[in-house]
Design a protein around this ligand. Structure first.
Ligand SMILES: *Cc1c(COP(=O)(O)O)cnc(C)c1O
Length: 363
């Protein structure tokens, strides 16, 4: 069976070595030495000023919204994982969807200004599939209208914009280190900012608002992560260059094998460098996509409809007009892509897709 993704598992002995250290210290969670070490190493690796390691990428979004004290409307993308939208609603704000660019699949910066009202407080955009947003254009609009910018960087590990890691941009970038992501800590996430005051505020929010044992700076929540998760991150970080390299090679193999498949692929944002974290293809029609899925499933291959449906169709948001997102969401499929996926398997998957295209009636 081949799934859309398979979590990377490092050498177990290296993980066990860290676990022995945890046993020796008896320090399991609450900002322990491994959490601190992971934060330091991630900042080094990604070239960041400040980063806080959190329980997951969803609590990261919630803490980011809370820390910026956002109210009213938040302009966001309809083409992302549901957590991008649900976090806005969970924090008592209203998502306002702006359609995506037909080439990059990211929020279309040229359409943002028309959606701004006197209730708008921020823009929350996703670097979808790891393709950087049009960061300069978004920042220009935000500065002009005095809006905050949050990037959902859940797919962005390793992607760059104008030479810097994408996590460097916006007021806050959030990350997810869930087991299915390119770099993972089993469950995990982070908030990144260049603003020391914001960092301090988010550090309080992460830990129930504790300022000291008996004093509280603010309301807070439990956004912490454990030594065991940090240990997984520390071991996995050693392989992340390898993971990035293999993703790129595998994507090139797909490109070659699928040269004759009539699908569209995202165009990388100008100024952006892609991390190859996903391999999305957009079929000509939803029927062609469904036929391909059926044939792949018949061969024990399970790609995923990332991202379907378009988030503007959720039953807890205000209806809005996002025809490009609706259309792409219906036709997009992420093909299997993970570290241990072999070239032969990519060839096998590709042949099935071509067979589905070339013999639509005779599967
Ligand atoms: C995975 C993901 C999240 C949520 O991250 P978790 O760590 O699973 O909570 C948020 N946004 C996007 C775009 C994601 O893909």
């Amino acid at each position: 069976m081949i799934n859309v993704t398979k979590p990377f598992l490092p050498d177990i002995e290296e993980y066990i070595e860290y676990v022995r250290g945890i046993w020796d210290r008896g320090w399991l969670t609450n900002n322990g030495p491994l959490v601190n070490d992971l934060e330091l190493k991630l900042k080094e690796y990604l070239g960041l000023n400040h980063l806080l390691f959190l329980g997951n990428g969803t609590i990261a979004l919630q803490i980011a919204i809370k820390a910026l004290d956002l109210k009213g409307e938040i302009i966001t993308t309809p083409f992302s994982y549901v957590a991008t939208t649900s976090s806005i609603v969970w924090e008592g704000c209203e998502p306002v969807f702006v359609d995506i660019d037909k080439d990059t699949f990211n929020i279309d910066a040229a359409k943002i200004e028309a959606a701004i009202t006197d209730k708008t407080s921020a823009i929350l955009a996703t670097h979808v599939f790891g393709n950087p947003c049009n960061i300069d254009a978004i920042q220009q609009i935000a500065t002009k209208h005095n809006l905050k910018v949050i990037y959902d960087g859940a797919h962005g590990f390793g992607s760059k914009y104008k030479g810097k890691h994408v996590f460097n941009y916006g007021d806050i970038t959030t990350a997810s280190f869930h087991a299915t992501k390119l770099f993972h800590t089993i469950e995990g996430g982070a908030v990144v900012t260049n603003n020391p005051a914001l960092l301090k505020k988010m550090a309080f929010l992460r830990n129930f608002g504790h300022e000291s044992m008996d004093t509280f700076a603010s309301v807070g929540i439990n956004g912490k992560n454990s030594e065991f998760h940090a240990a997984m991150g520390l071991v996995n970080l050693k392989s992340v260059d390898d993971i990035l390299r293999s993703r790129k090679e595998q994507s090139k193999t797909y490109d070659k094998e699928l040269a004759d498949l009539r699908v569209k692929k995202p165009k990388i944002q100008a100024g952006g460098e892609f991390n190859y974290s996903y391999y999305p293809v957009v079929f000509e029609t939803e029927e062609a996509l469904l036929r391909s899925i059926t044939l792949l499933n018949g061969n024990w291959i399970y790609p995923r409809r990332y991202f379907y449906p378009s988030l503007s169709s959720l039953n807890y948001v205000k209806k809005s007009d996002t025809p490009i997102s609706d259309d792409i969401a219906k036709r997009v499929l992420c093909l299997p892509l993970y570290h241990s996926l072999k070239a032969e398997e990519i060839t096998f998957i590709s042949r099935i897709l071509l067979r589905s295209q070339n013999n639509p009636d005779n599967q």
